[in-house]
Design a protein around this ligand. Sequence first.
Ligand code: DAH
Length: 342
Amino acid sequence: MESLKTRIEALTQEINTIVPATKEELEAYRIKYLGTKGLVKEVFGGMKDVAAENKKEAGQVLNAFKQFAEAHYEKYSHLQQGGNGNSKKIDLSLPGSNVPLGTRHPLRIVENKIVEIFERLGFGVAEGPEIEDDWHNFTSLNMPEDHTARDMQDTFYVSQNPDWLLRTHTSSVQARVLEEGNLPVRVICPGRVYRNETISARAHCFFHQCEGLYIDENVSFADLKQTLYAFVTEMFGEGTKVRFRPSYFPFTEPSAEMDISCTVCGGSGCSLCKHTGWVEILGCGMVHPDLLRNFNIDPEKYTGFAFGMGVERITQIRYQVNDLRLYSQNDVRFLKQFTVKT
Ligand code: DAH
């Protein structure tokens, strides 16, 4: 009995070292171990020398060995198919097929960065619909039907009466947020906007903006300046200067436009800053009291600031992209040049 077990152990080890690589090698294995004159048969022949009381155990050991030897054959049975057996051989050492990785769109990289900076300053993110009604896009923002400011924005109308339009700015999200009535509010609203412009290097019929809105008690112009200054330092780096120029927007009073010192030439003059040393990046101001009233907010109690910036503009400054059309042409050679800069 013991010698039978020793023999089976030795054969088991031997079989484990056999790795047939071709149909012929597999067949050689079959003949040697599983064939009519094979080794499995041979060890079964040892049964007759086993003492009667051990026969039961010996039978179990032998059967287990036979199953093992057959399973080893099955493991390589795929070699049986095909010419010399090589056709089905899987070479696990071959390099995998190359799946090219995509990259983030430059506008998305910049939008994410803008959002991330304002989130650190305590702003939440709010979104609104791209198809808007007249009230949220114009009227509630202090731009009544005959307001001259409506000329500033050529609008795509989806329908008239009721007026549905493609929003011309993300300021419409201000209206959406304010009508919810939860104060104080401090949000940033990124999104796509549409204007009826002829497509060129400097204008497009759709582009992206990021709106900001902060309303609370005692919010002042100083808060506006400090917030935007912090944003500029994070976005364009320490030492970037800012300046505010008086301007006009119907939804803010006073209103301003903000410039930053040119990040390309540092102020000495280049094509980006049109040799002025300054680049305009956004419009801003203190939320107009009439606008607050439109949403039943008491302007004696609450004040706030708002701002709106173009994401394409910030991206152009950051990456020196000179043609707006590149952003929507989906040319991989353009798109794959942008990596996430933090
Ligand atoms: N909505 C303006 C535009 O599209 C940008 C803007 C200016 C937004 C001033 C504001 C703001 O919130 O206060 O040109």
